[in-house]
Design a protein around this ligand. Structure first.
Ligand code: IPE
Ligand code: IPE
Ligand code: MG
Length: 224
């Protein structure tokens, strides 16, 4: 049975869910937040150490202002109401991506990271304004500037995911089979599951089914 240390999720399909059920993409984002909470709980139950959630990509700025504002309002509310409980549960929150949002949100994110920095039970990485190409270009720039040797170990030390092991498992919901600029380096050897269901419809049971399948895969890493 494969050990499972890190799950990464591309939470896709909120907009389509919202349009289908409530004629509003934003309603889908709200419903998606309930799934986030369920999946965090289930990750803790499964004793998985790292959970990385793709919440907003560098490309998502192309969306209408009204949708972007709605998403960040949801996030603000989530952080304000949940950070105490996350902290009590010994969960560390880390943001990957550039924090260039409103002053209020930037402050809230920094506060949440600082408050939970010493927590040890599990770590949630929230990918916000995250793009893998941007991350890699920045890492190369820093590596060159540092005059360190160009090798794998040094490159990894300049990624935003430094000190976080690579994901063992990637799940993308929403019936689309692509990576959308997510963790291109880190996913080199992850097992990938594409799930037909839209994110708000994804359940603990679906999650556990994937985990079970993952545990029985023969992972070769190039060996036989
Ligand atoms: C993913 O759901 C969530 C974010 C990008 C914030 P989408 O909003 O992309 O939902 P669909 O793919 O349009 O249905
Ligand atoms: C990927 O979903 C980003 C997040 C889930 C945050 P998108 O819906 O933005 O991806 P594309 O644009 O369809 O590839
Ligand atoms: Mg989408």
């Amino acid at each position: 049975m494969n050990p499972l240390n890190h799950v990464a999720i591309i939470m896709d399909g909120n907009g389509r869910w919202g349009v289908k059920h409530k004629n509003s993409r934003n309603a889908g984002h709200k419903a998606g937040l309930t799934t986030v909470e369920k999946i965090i709980k289930e990750t803790i139950k499964n004793k998985i150490r790292y959970l990385t959630l793709y919440a907003f990509s560098t490309e998502n700025w192309k969306r209408p202002k009204n949708e972007i504002n709605y998403l960040f309002n949801l996030l603000e509310n989530f952080l304000t109401t949940k950070i105490v409980s996350l902290n009590k549960q010994n969960i560390k929150l880390k943001i990957i991506g550039e924090k260039n949002f409103s002053k209020k949100l930037n402050k809230l994110l920094r506060h949440a990271e600082k408050k939970t920095i010493n927590n040890k039970k599990m770590q949630i990485n929230l990918a916000l304004n995250y793009g893998s190409k941007f991350e890699l270009i920045n890492a190369f720039k820093k590596m060159t500037k540092s005059k360190k040797k160009i090798n794998e170990k040094n490159l990894v030390s300049f990624l935003q995911t430094k000190n976080i092991p690579d994901p063992d498992l990637l799940i993308r919901t929403g019936n689309t089979k692509r990576l959308s600029n997510f963790l291109l380096w880190q996913l080199a050897y992850s097992e990938i599951f594409f799930e037909k269901k839209l994110w708000p419809d994804f359940t603990e049971e679906d999650y556990n089914k994937i985990i079970k399948k993952f545990k029985n895969i023969k992972r070769n890493f190039g060996n036989i």
